[in-house]
Design a protein around this ligand. Structure first.
Ligand code: SAH
Ligand code: SF4
Length: 345
């Protein structure tokens, strides 16, 4: 049975029309689900009984409950068990500008980036839209607050699950859905070119982040196997088209790996690559994990790298570190997982 949280407003309108009802019922139902947060269809008072019965026949209204929560000052990590026993995680972060959640989009990831814990587990399956929506609802329930920003940067490659991810964005962006402004939503991809091009036509003003991590093909192919399929030039060409169509500034993520991609020559090569683009670079101090040999760049080298980019008039930030105490930082979402899998499967 389909979960009701899987439906975009258009899909719900179509559903109501298909059962001989007016399509405005979709908006009514959305507000029961996302504003009033009902737990069962029976709590709905302004839709007639026969329609409620039909909804009960056609949809489940089950939510997700975390099976484990780890709390730190500014970060909470949530572990969810999905209907098939798969485990995914979400991370909540508190900022001075609001509260953001990092949502997982797949169980595992097939991209196999050498530095990433999530990539060590082959993809088991894509998440459905409702499983992403419900990560947000569960976290909001736990903190009793509304989440203001969403980044699709948890486990998984969002563009390898394009339809479910874009439907998820439609649902959370809708004013009667979770009403999260499109400019507060960021999708991060390792660079699947055909999907970047498709995303250029996606009519929502969401942010796009590209996990670049290396300024040339030799190095990038070494640490990110996807680069063998889509070379840096292909990604850049797609981004130029994306920018032409959307006019939206692009973020480049760049993990700082000690002795691998953090030398002066890499910074200069990166500047050459990005010259003239409306973009900014987010330098990410690598979060070391037990299972992977890469080390985090020395702070001095991160700062030197930063200075070179800045001097070349390219916007640059160093990502504030969150959650390393509880292994909730990016790419660490899986490091304690073996242990968890033994417990839960
Ligand atoms: N698959 C998508 C989104 C999820 S990964 C992507 O690759 O963009 C989100 C970000 O976390 C990526 O930039 C990824 O490269 C980064 N990341 C992965 N492992 C990390 C680690 N150990 N430390 C810091 N960042 C990491
Ligand atoms: Fe997948 Fe992103 Fe990890 Fe690469 S960095 S393995 S694309 S989750």
């Amino acid at each position: 049975m389909k979960n009701i949280y899987n439906l975009t407003i258009e899909e719900l309108e179509e559903y109501f029309l298909s059962i001989g009802e007016k399509k405005f019922k979709a908006i009514q139902l959305y507000s029961w689900l996302y504003e009033k947060r009902v737990k069962s269809f029976d709590e709905i008072t302004d839709i007639k009984k026969t329609v409620i019965e039909k909804l009960k026949e056609d949809f489940s209204i089950e939510i997700l409950k975390p099976i484990k929560v780890e709390r730190d000052k500014l970060v909470n990590k949530y572990l969810f068990e999905l209907y098939d026993g798969s485990l995914v995680e979400s991370v909540l972060m508190r900022h001075d500008y609001g509260t953001s959640i990092c949502v997982s989009s797949q169980v595992g990831c097939n991209m196999g980036c050498k530095f990433c814990e999530s990539g060590r587990l082959k993809k088991v399956r894509d998440l459905n839209s409702y499983e992403m929506v419900l990560q947000i609802l569960a976290v909001e329930k736990d903190i009793n607050e509304r989440i203001t920003h969403v980044v699709i940067m948890g486990i998984g490659e969002p563009f390898d699950n394009y339809l479910n991810v874009t439907n998820f964005i439609k649902i959370i962006n809708h004013p009667k859905g979770l009403s999260i402004g499109s400019r507060h939503i960021t999708v991060s991809t390792s660079g699947i070119v055909p999907k970047i091009l498709e995303f250029a036509d996606f009519p929502y003003q969401v942010n796009l982040a590209i996990s670049l991590h290396a300024p040339n093909d030799t190095l990038r192919s070494e640490i990110m196997p996807i680069n063998r399929a889509y070379k840096i030039k292909d990604v850049m060409d797609a981004l130029k088209i994306y920018y032409k169509k959307t006019n939206r500034r692009i973020t480049f993520e760049y993990i700082m790996l000690d002795g691998v991609n953090d030398k002066e020559e890499h910074a200069l090569e990166l500047c050459k690559l990005l010259k003239g683009m409306n973009c900014y670079v987010n330098l990410i101090p690598y979060n070391e994990t037990n299972n992977i040999q890469y080390k985090r760049s020395k702070n001095d080298n991160i700062l030197k790298f930063y200075d070179i980019i800045k001097k070349n008039n390219i916007g640059v930030t160093i990502r504030r570190e969150f959650g390393s105490n509880i292994s909730a930082a990016c790419g660490q979402l899986r490091s304690k997982r073996e242990e968890l899998w033994r417990h839960f499967i």
